[in-house]
Design a protein around this ligand. Structure first.
Ligand SMILES: Nc1ncnc2c1ncn2[C@@H]1O[C@H](COP(=O)(O)OP(=O)(O)OP(=O)(O)O)[C@@H](O)[C@H]1O
Ligand SMILES: O=c1[nH]cc([C@@H]2O[C@H](CO)[C@@H](O)[C@H]2O)c(=O)[nH]1
Length: 319
């Protein structure tokens, strides 16, 4: 007897339906902030200001929102990006790169007159020497990047988006203030990361409004509180006192703290040999969000995030 088989056309139709269903599905999480090209000069030499040494210069997709989106995608989520990207060749290549990595690009704001943003860093054998983030186009685009949440299709003030939003501190302080207080964002589960210590204070609106979950390292926590801290739990308690609804404070290889009005939870990452540090914070945040999406409770989500970030810094994870 012959094995029953579906006609090829029927199988093709099923594949098409499955694909189009996936395409129209709302994104699981929106990543809002910088999506740009990182231009990194690397040298094996020890460097200082003024050094001129042989090395390699590479270009790769970056920006905090992009880095978080890529990490979320590694943890199995389907993120979509909200950012400003130029209609220049660099922008076209960047959007193609985002799509190739499975990130949603349909809701990006493509500016006809603003160039695609860039970040430039010099790394020597002794670590990061200096970096400049040129996110002027994102800043100039302002709230245009949020049109899909203010005027549809993803949300409107009278029917706000009620999913997860990962937000970065590359947005201007004014726009972050708007997000913290606007009705269009009142139902969203906001997860907020500063883009760099230099931009940490832009997160103050989330303390004033008591909105969102903040992911900061010990230095950024100190900058937000105009203080300095020895431990993550001290920093987290102070951030709660200053109005934060929830905060996760990381501290490299030392103890990390998840703090809400319900209490503080602490854990240390497993000890590992560090081979890579840049991106540790984004990996921690993405793994934590992914764990909570998966139904993990606070304690388990913290533990999973710490283990994932430790594996990342140890170089165990291919990226
Ligand atoms: N030395 C380490 N040993 C083990 N885990 C580490 C180490 N450094 C970082 N991690 C992991 O990464 C998490 C985030 O690290 P860290 O506090 O340095 O973030 P960050 O300063 O925001 O990182 P970056 O800015 O480099 O992306 C830690 O909570 C931990 O899970
Ligand atoms: O001000 C900023 N500094 C750094 C970044 C991004 O972080 C990564 C380096 O830490 C890198 O991808 C850069 O683009 C940014 O988006 N804004």
């Amino acid at each position: 007897m012959q094995a029953p088989c579906f006609p090829l056309q029927y199988l093709r139709l099923l594949t098409f339906l499955a694909k189009s269903r996936n395409m129209t599905k709302a994104p699981e999480i929106l990543c809002v902030g910088s999506v740009l090209w990182d231009i990194i000069g690397r040298s094996a030499s020890h460097m200082r200001a003024g050094s001129d040494v042989p090395g390699r210069i590479i270009r790769l997709p970056g920006g905090v929102a992009m880095n978080i989106a890529m990490a979320l995608s590694r943890f199995g989520l389907k993120p979509a990006l909200l950012s400003a990207i130029g209609q220049d060749p660099e922008g076209n290549e960047l959007v193609a790169e985002c799509a190739r990595r499975g990130l949603g690009t349909d809701h990006l704001y493509r500016s006809a007159d603003l160039p695609t943003d860039r970040y430039m860093a010099i790394e020597g054998a002794n670590g990061l020497i200096a970096a400049i983030a040129d996110a002027h186009s994102l800043e100039a685009a302002g709230d245009k990047i949020l049109n899909v949440l203010n005027f549809g299709p993803l949300g409107r003030p009278e029917n706000p988006f009620d999913g997860l939003i990962a937000l970065d501190g590359n947005l201007t302080a004014g726009l972050l203030e708007q997000i913290a207080t606007s009705p269009s964002f009142s139902k969203a589960d906001l997860r907020v990361a500063p883009a760099s210590p230099g931009k940490a204070e832009r997160l103050l609106p989330f303390l004033r409004s008591g909105r969102g979950t903040l992911y900061v390292n010990l230095e950024e926590a100190g900058l937000l509180c105009q203080s300095s801290f020895e431990t993550a739990d001290q920093a987290a308690s102070q951030l709660l006192e200053r109005g934060a609804a929830r905060v996760l404070v990381t501290n490299g290889g030392d103890g990390c703290c998840d703090a809400t009005a319900d209490g503080l939870i602490q854990e240390c990452p497993p000890p590992v040999l560090v081979t890579r540090v840049t991106g540790a914070g984004d990996t921690f945040m993405a793994a934590h969000i992914a764990a909570e999406c998966d139904g993990a409770n606070r304690k388990d989500a913290l533990s999973r995030a710490l283990h994932a970030a430790a594996a990342y810094v140890s170089g165990e994870v291919a990226i």
